[in-house]
Design a protein around this ligand. Structure first.
Ligand code: BG6
Length: 447
């Protein structure tokens, strides 16, 4: 454990799906690796009774679901550092109870507080106003918000206003865990420190950019969540657009959070509104059966955006995400221009699985032949960095919030701008099935 000031991390929605899949395993790993400041406390809040033993059980279960074993030392450490509070979000007196508990902890140590909202934005309202009413929004408090940040431009604008009425920009951390993935973090460093690519990073040399994320999983029982979201809101507006920005934005003047956000916003502001004629949506075959209704919610989206920046004019920027596909992957492919289709070079950043970077080249086949073959210079992190995977994306997100580094979080302007760009698709697709392609589960592509 480190000597930084120890935080109390208060988690709303700790029994939810996202918490079980991502957050609780990350909390366990941070304790296991002793990365959090000594004295860090975790408080899980829930509407219905949740004992400390229940919470420990939940943590162990979340690791077992990933086929990971728990170690006794880390579990004991966690057991000594967690607690639960039953909170009805509408009841001010429950927040007073929470505040008393936090004040008690402060008698022993000077804790900063992180309120982690692992809940949908529609549930923010009462929690934020009650946190404010009990003074849990003063300087020592930070708030972490899970995506989606709103459901469209109007609700995102309201959510920004609501959160902003209680917390200052420096206290707000809008999580996008894709920004914390190892390859994503490498994007800016790669561009900054490999000068051979600098003259190539524009429309004179780049033909198209494709950011893709596929999952074999479907919605895994998250019916209510997914019926309010869909693929465009769930993955494109946040993760994929953020990754696109890191790939193409100007390299910031320096690596401060402020400079990174300014460069990213400039890129988002250059994007033209999405055109429905340049987008397709699909739904995997068993989706309607799973949600038990005739839903038109999309589980697959592919769209093409374009930027007005001089460097990127005319370059198709493709974003694609699908659930229920035949493989799980996330990557960014930059295709370079060439005189002939067969001679195309490309550079791929493999975000997952098996992080790496590969450069596709044409090589003459050995022997008495002049045949050319596509092959790749293939760098795999696991081969080069023996200690790869020291910290996963959610662990990194939590550590950065504890340290007060906002670089990997989305600003409110970024969020609003991305919603503005995608709003025409939301409007066109609302409540109808026009052009919705039903694709077989485990599809390779959506046609
Ligand atoms: C979440 C989405 O933000 O990201 C999920 O809500 C999605 O629907 C998940 O499955 C993908 O994240 P990862 O890290 O598992 O690729």
């Amino acid at each position: 454990m480190t000597n930084q000031s120890a935080p109390v991390i208060v988690i709303f929605g700790i029994t939810g799906d996202l918490s079980k899949r991502k957050l609780l395993p990350a909390v366990y790993h941070l304790f296991h690796k002793k990365l959090l400041p000594t004295g860090t406390q975790i408080i899980g809040t829930s509407r219905s009774p949740l004992s400390k033993a229940d919470l420990m059980h939940l943590i162990e279960g979340s690791l077992n679901d990933r086929d990971e074993a728990c170690e006794d030392e880390a579990l004991n450490q966690l057991n000594a550092s967690i607690d639960t509070v039953q909170i009805d979000p509408e009841k001010l007196s429950d927040f007073q109870k929470l505040k008393d508990k936090l004040d008690d902890l402060d008698n022993n140590a000077n804790h900063s507080r992180l309120f982690y909202m692992s809940i949908p934005p529609s549930a923010y309202g009462p929690i934020i106003s009650n946190l404010k009413a009990t003074g849990l929004n003063s300087e020592a408090n930070r708030i972490l918000l899970e995506k989606p940040f709103g459901y469209n431009l109007t609700s995102a604008t309201e959510a920004v206003k609501l959160v902003g009425s209680a917390y200052q920009a420096e206290q707000i951390y809008r999580i996008d865990h894709y920004l914390a993935k190892e390859t994503a973090q490498n994007l800016l460093s790669f561009r900054l420190h490999n000068p051979i690519f600098v003259p190539l990073w524009n429309n004179g040399h780049i033909d198209s950019v494709h950011v893709r994320q596929f999952e074999t999983l479907g919605i895994e029982g998250r019916v209510n969540f997914y019926e309010q979201t869909g693929a465009l809101r769930d993955m494109i507006q946040s993760h994929l657009m953020q990754i696109l920005a890191l790939t193409l934005m100007d390299v910031p003047e320096n690596m401060t959070s402020k400079a990174i956000h300014a460069a990213k916003l400039k890129f988002f502001a250059s994007l033209q509104e999405a055109r429905p004629t340049k987008a397709i949506r699909g739904q995997y075959q068993t989706y309607r059966q799973e949600v038990g209704k005739d839903s038109n919610v999309e589980t697959y989206v592919k769209l093409e955006l374009s930027s007005q920046l001089t460097a990127w004019q005319g370059v198709p920027l493709l974003l694609e995400h699908g659930k229920g596909m035949n493989r799980t992957l996330a990557d960014i492919t930059i295709a370079f221009k060439s005189a002939g289709e067969r001679r195309r070079n490309s550079l791929t950043f493999q975000i997952q699985p098996n992080e790496g970077i590969s450069l596709n080249l044409l090589i003459k086949e050995p022997g008495l032949t002049n045949n050319m073959t596509h092959t790749a210079l293939d760098l795999k992190y696991k081969d080069v960095f023996k200690s790869a995977h020291t910290v996963d994306a959610y662990e990194r997100v939590l550590m950065d919030a504890v340290r007060g580094d906002q670089s990997l979080f989305a600003s409110d302007e970024e969020v609003l701008t991305t919603w503005r760009i995608l709003q025409p698709l939301l409007d066109t697709w609302a409540d109808n099935d026009e052009g919705l392609r039903i694709y077989p589960n485990a599809a390779e592509k959506v046609r």
